[in-house]
Design a binder for this molecule. Structure first.
Ligand code: ZN
Length: 199
């Protein structure tokens, strides 16, 4: 059986693996949690257990959800005629922080890469294409990062939709070269969405 001290040390070691936290800040965070046991640590532990158990991928768009379909896909106020394609859930959250987009999303979860042998099937592009056709989408907005792999992926999707009756646009102004959506501020996201252009 581990002593309490060893368990606390293990907790600190686990916390130190979180992005943005090193061993020093993990130690401070754990000390703070123990001191605020009833107001912070207990509710956090309960909620983390619940989220760990309930969280899954939305079967429609790939966003995180606590049921089969996520809150965005099941929201009747969202425009079903527009799909915004992003690489990662972090990018979806970044777009939502911008509050400018009222359609729905598709999270690819990766990008095409010849180097890493990642093909269209690996990132679910065939099911994305059939989703676009079956849901009678009017406009596909490519909100992908400015990396080589992302641009290759964007061109692939645009080519695949060339024959379909759908407008393909991409985010324009605001996204810096080599930049990542998750690091942009809300105003930049808004400007980039407004200035989207035909791809
Ligand atoms: Zn969804």
């Amino acid at each position: 059986l581990k002593s309490a001290t060893e368990e606390i040390e293990t907790l600190i070691a686990l916390m130190a693996r979180l992005p943005g936290l090193g061993p020093r800040s993990a130690r401070r965070a754990v000390l703070h949690l123990i001191r605020k046991r009833s107001t912070l640590m207990d509710p956090l532990a309960t909620l983390m257990g619940h989220v760990a158990e309930a969280t899954r991928e939305c079967s429609r768009c790939g966003n995180f959800a606590t049921s089969d379909i996520c809150d965005i896909c099941s929201d009747p106020a969202r425009d079903i005629g527009e799909i915004c394609i992003v690489e990662d859930v972090a990018d979806l959250w970044a777009m939502e922080r911008g509050k400018a987009f009222k359609g729905r999303y598709h999270v690819l979860g990766g990008m095409l890469s010849a180097l890493d042998a990642i093909g269209p099937e690996d990132i679910g592009i065939p099911s994305l294409l059939s989703r676009i056709v079956s849901e009678q989408v009017r406009e596909v907005i490519l909100a992908l990062n400015a990396t080589v792999e992302a641009q290759t992926t964007a061109h692939y999707i645009a080519d695949a939709l060339r024959e379909a009756n759908v407008q393909v646009t991409s985010l324009a102004q605001g996204v810096p070269i080599g930049g990542e959506l998750d690091y942009l501020d809300d105003g930049t996201i808004q400007a980039a969405l407004r200035a989207r252009k035909r791809f």
